[in-house]
Design a protein around this ligand. Sequence first.
Ligand SMILES: [Zn+2]
Length: 93
Amino acid sequence: MNLPKEIMRYCPKCNTHTKQKMTQYKAGKRRGSAIGERRHAEDKKGYGGQKFPKLAKPAKTTKKFTPILTCTICKKKWNKSGIRIRKVELVAK
Ligand SMILES: [Zn+2]
């Protein structure tokens, strides 16, 4: 599915319609030193260490696309609710 790179949309900060750039949300890089990661590694150690069954057959066949809208005037960002989609392309109109 093709989506526009830029859309005209209401900006609550500017209190008017402005041009807003659309980009895709990406999860940040996982840090091995984070407390949750360390705890998880500790729990998984040793005999019978697997905490939950590994997902053998995932129910979903698609990933969610979460757009981030950035106002070109005030640079404020918004996360829009994601849609399930197989493939997405951001194209200039
Ligand atoms: Zn704005």
